[in-house]
Design a protein around this ligand. Structure first.
Ligand code: COA
Length: 159
């Protein structure tokens, strides 16, 4: 049985992330979506809030669970018995950073493989930071993020 982890900050989850989650859950027996805080990012939504958004969007995927983690990704993978890290690749700009992380993770834990899924072309231009910028300036994000995220921006901006 192959267990995979799809890690990220997901601030917030986008339809691009959900596309990767759906496709990865078809490939692997079990998928854990693991939400964390990257040290160089100041998140807009709290960790538990980001976890809740993902949980609400993945209830129909039977072999997918969502959880938060702190510390090294490879330590978390070992803790949950996952041998694969899944990452989405949108275009060439993602590649260098993703390649560096994959090699660093392999140095830390050689038995854990990183698998890249090509992002669907409909989401190549989508990123969480662009979504935050457009949403907080009153722009249209409905087609790019799940309903729960649209509502969360609405509530946050009204308060
Ligand atoms: N569709 C849409 N957007 C996508 C996407 C896809 N398929 N794939 C990535 N993105 C976007 C995200 O929206 C995000 O955009 P932003 O930078 O504008 O916010 C960006 O790509 C990357 O986000 P994410 O996938 O959440 O990854 P991350 O780079 O924030 O997370 C971790 C990196 C969490 C995996 C990494 O920091 C980590 O492993 N941390 C744990 C500590 C550790 O082990 N560090 C050593 C790592 S070698």
């Amino acid at each position: 049985m192959t267990k995979a982890v799809y890690p990220g900050t997901f601030d917030p989850v986008t339809n691009g992330h959900l596309d990767i989650i759906e496709r990865a859950s078809d490939i692997f027996d079990e998928l854990t979506v693991a939400v964390t805080d990257a040290p160089d990012k100041d998140p807009y939504f709290g960790l538990k809030e980001r976890e809740r958004f993902l949980q609400q969007c993945t209830t129909s995927i039977g072999n997918c669970e969502v959880t938060v983690f702190q510390g090294l990704l490879v330590d978390f993978c070992e803790e949950v018995g996952a041998g694969v890290i899944v990452r989405g690749l949108r275009e060439t700009n993602d590649f260098l950073n993703e390649y560096q992380m994959a090699l660093m993770n392999r140095l830390q834990a050689g038995e854990i493989e990183t698998v890249f899924l090509a992002a669907s072309s409909a989401y190549h231009f989508v990123s969480s930071s662009l979504i935050r910028e457009v949403a907080t300036l009153g722009g249209e994000i409905d087609k790019l993020v799940p309903r729960v995220v649209v509502d969360a921006f609405g509530e946050r901006l009204e308060s």
